[in-house]
Design a protein around this ligand. Sequence first.
Ligand SMILES: Nc1ncnc2c1ncn2[C@@H]1O[C@H](COP(=O)(O)OP(=O)(O)OP(=O)(O)O)[C@@H](O)[C@H]1O
Ligand SMILES: [Mg+2]
Length: 256
Amino acid sequence: MIEVKDLHKSFGDVEILKGISTSFEKGKTNLIIGQSGSGKTVFLKCLLGLFNYESGTISYEGKIFSNLDEDEKRNLRAEIGMVFQGSALFDSMTIAENVMFPLRMFTKQSKSEMEDRVNFVLKRVNLDDAHKKMPSEASGGMQKRVAIARAIVNNPKYLFCDEPNSGLDPRTSIVIDNLIQEITREYNITTVINSHDMNSVMEIGEKIVFLKDGYKEWEGSKKTIFKTDNKAVTNFVYSSNLFKKVRKMYLKENNN
Ligand SMILES: Nc1ncnc2c1ncn2[C@@H]1O[C@H](COP(=O)(O)OP(=O)(O)OP(=O)(O)O)[C@@H](O)[C@H]1O
Ligand SMILES: [Mg+2]
């Protein structure tokens, strides 16, 4: 479980995160949604310890991150897997080498142990025969799966994904979303995903935190998002006509 209390983050005089409090549970796909520029990536980078912040606390299993010493921070980082916006694979390494990278960095496993683990996770994301390919030879969807394999190779307790399906077609996006949800449940990971995709909300939005201009405007789940009267949320959700129709159908089915 990750808990965030009253987080404030500025760049110079500009306050970007204006006092965010929320929590993310284990074994769940937690979504941070909101329009472009609302602060999702900045928030995720604060959670990861990549950005300093002026005030507020972030705790992992009850331990406040800023109170940890350097060794403890390093240990925590080894328990975090990350899928960056746009996959961010190393171009000069094969797919297998990309996936092995965190094991080289954070563990003292032998070459054959690492190879076994790489084989296992590549199989888990349905990429059995891509080991020797270079990232440039892989499609966008394959690259995302490589990034997910790399993020989970060291058995993370926490998985952070920044727009994991940006640039993918809707069907491949759903495959990626479902893969992340399956892995989250299978390994009981605390997963936090940045998204501005309503498909992801409907597929895997077990907990949803809606950011607007650096505030937490609303939180709930895919079950409650269609019932809220919060104007900012409804504007976001129904910026797509499709979801206006889905809402009508949903409310009819549930006799509301
Ligand atoms: N390193 C930085 N220095 C100064 N300002 C920044 C920096 N990073 C982000 N910002 C600002 O913080 C605000 C929030 O940006 P952020 O990247 O978190 O948005 P986002 O919700 O992730 O948007 P998107 O959906 O487009 O990825 C923006 O106004 C952005 O210009
Ligand atoms: Mg972003």
